[in-house]
Write a protein that binds this ligand. Sequence first.
Ligand code: GLC
Length: 644
Amino acid sequence: MIKQVIFGDPIDTGAIVKDIEREERLSEWQTEQLGDSIVFRCALEQKDIVYGLGEQVRGINKRGGRYISYNTDNPHHNDDSPSLYGAHNLLIVDGYRHFGAFFDTPGKVVFDIDCNNSGEIVVTCPKDVRVAELTGDSAYLIAREFLSVIGRSFIPPLWAFGFGQSRWGYKRKRDIDGVTEGYRNNNIPLDWICMDIDYMDRYIDFTVNEKRFPDLKGYAASLKSKGIRLVPIIDAGVKIEPGNATYDEGIRNGYFCTNHEGKPFKAAVWPGMTHFPDFFQPACREWFGNEYRKLTELGIEGFWNDMNEPAIFYSEYTGALNSLTPPPSTETEAENNAYKDYRNFYHSINGKRVLHDKVHNLYGALMTRAASEQLDKLIPRRFLLFSRSSYVGAHRYGGIWTGDNGSAWDHLARNVRMMPSLNMVGFLYSGADTGGFGGNCGRELLLRWLAFSAFTPLMRNHTAILTRRQECYRYGDTEDFRSVVSLRYKLLPYIYSEFVKAALYGDMYMKPLGFEFSDERSRNIEDQLLVGECMMIAPVIEKGAKGREVWLPEEMTEVRYDGENFHCEQIPKGLRHIDVKLNEAVFYVRKGKCVPVCKGAQCTDELDMRDVVLLGAGSEYRQYIDDGSTKDVSEDNIRVIFKQ
Ligand code: GLC
């Protein structure tokens, strides 16, 4: 069941696309208006678990923390970071009773989830907010109800499920050639390579540095013939550069956000001083989205949108290097490195001037929408698009990556815990920077991280400039890497099929165990996940560990891939210790189910996903399969395959 209560006069965020019945008051929450804020409270029982919040820190269970939805460019993720890059204001309480709420506002929201053992949840929102209240028989059913009203998740082409390599600092064609050769010569599969800001002319959007990347069109075509796609970055800020066509057109049409004086607001990002496109204006979205044509005409079919919180290094007002200031000393400062500037510029929404701060959390989502709506017209096939900043609703237009994490074990653990929360709010195509963005990633960490990312829809190794080289062939003996990345390709018939079915049916691709099993142990596990309908994973996320303890809530088939063969064993319900070597990955096929695996390949173009073997104790599998790029994604493409 879902109903909504409207408080004040909220801005339509576009998150919810279905009509929902309106009520006068909420059932589970007490409401109190305090000045410009409205506070919602509900009591928790001792055993209640609180799911939700999408891209946020701490556990799958959000209980015991304080969180702020106020999108932030924060490169220092830890369990006390109040905000990351996305705002996903869904909570689901799971205990004797099951209920949830989605706080739909583009402004700042503070969640205190039993932080001081108060035994309650306290949510503080701007006074104009729409609250969708959900009830159901389980947390899982509530999540599905929510997914049913926010619209179908973005589905990228098959190649986007292949492995991607990225690094800030591939400065010229030669660097990308090196990556292609490194992977192909070592027989480690690869489908795409990201081009970070280095490909542009002085970091100006929609330009290509012709000296360092001559004939990008020819180059993209020649890489594509080897099964490798180029995926360039696009940043939100447009460099102030009279004579540059993008800039001139933006100025001429009033497409940029304005300052207190009504002039285009100036803020520095990578290219120096920029203006921010006002994505709240439909005409601006169309214009900016159409600019991607400059790259699609060169054969590019994938993009990542960045710096769209928007990130601000300094502005015409603050004049200080926000990101270089010392660590914040108060929570307000910690909210955002550019929080002061978010009160210094305006959008034009239906002809009204609106302060950015009031609609802050929608900015990145609207950039994704701008790009996606036009790419859909520019490219006759499915395309890849993922963004750093997001709000619920953007999941229909693109995927997300989880921003500037670090090469550290707790960041891998956080990646594991965040995935199901992202899926609850529709972001199925998501993943972290495998190996970590900041810092130097060691061999063991990269292998263990790859062995987890092998199951996440977005599997990309990305790292920052000045860190050690993080490509899989840069760690001496490549055998272990070949084994782990190859497993991904052998599993693609399953991963792709489960992903598309989840999108089609409004389901999650990665779930907490507690969504399907009600025993206390399953409810509280934070380092095992259900992947699709038939699989459970238990990644090794501890430094130096030779294996780990695994909880099986039911009898399952344990499958171990050792780089050459799959070994299957029936395991009864219960606790179990497993050894996992660095080249291995272990997964579990659920009772009565099957997982299809294929031979694998160096890239998805060469993959035969029809030639599969079913692993597990079940007898059949419903496989979604298509040509990997058709826009006509439907149930008609599901076939039932039976075990031989
Ligand atoms: C931001 C992005 C990161 C990128 C860098 C340079 O920090 O999050 O992924 O590499 O900018 O463009």
